[in-house]
Design a protein around this ligand. Structure first.
Ligand code: TYD
Length: 144
């Protein structure tokens, strides 16, 4: 993690990669690898090709998404603009701070999305209504 990282913006982080002829290894450890303390991990798998996941923002939760297998797109919105990231490398993670809407789509067969997040599960932290999200984003602008 670069020390001058702007943690207010979604961005791809390069994770440590240990090259090995027996197979490569990537890890995250403490706050040296990701800019938040990891409180929870979950993973999404068996996603049908046409399905879309996500469709929400968060009041407080920060997140790192990793394609530990296969590929998918993460589409991030700041209330005005959208930006799409393709995740297809197990040694890259997409960092998403609070306050950004995200959808995940275009999952390849066998794709696995690992998510490392900064909070325990709390439905009250979700904003699941896009119009409400846009109102919140207008009141508290964040930029991609
Ligand atoms: P959700 O976060 O909406 O999924 P997506 O990854 O597509 O954004 O979660 C889907 C359902 O799973 C929802 O009913 C809440 C439940 N859930 C938990 O119980 N614990 C968790 O840690 C997560 C991420 C979801």
């Amino acid at each position: 993690m670069g020390n001058n990282m702007d943690i207010s913006r979604p961005q791809i982080l390069q994770l440590p990669k240990i090259h090995d002829p027996r197979g490569n290894l990537t890890f995250v450890e403490g706050e040296g690898t990701v800019p938040f303390e990891i409180k929870r991990a979950y993973w999404i798998y068996d996603v049908p090709a046409a399905a879309e996941r996500g469709g929400h923002s968060h009041h407080a939760m920060s997140q790192l998404l990793v394609a530990v297998g296969g590929s998918f797109n993460v589409n991030v919105c700041d209330g005005l603009d959208w930006r799409s990231f393709t995740l297809n490398r197990p040694f890259e993670g997409l960092f998403i701070p609070p306050g950004f809407w995200r959808t995940l789509d275009n999952f390849s067969s066998g794709a696995v999305c690992l998510s490392l997040v900064s909070t325990r599960y709390d439905e009250a932290d979700y904003v699941r209504d896009f119009e409400e999200f846009k109102r919140l984003a207008k009141a508290n602008p964040r930029r991609l």
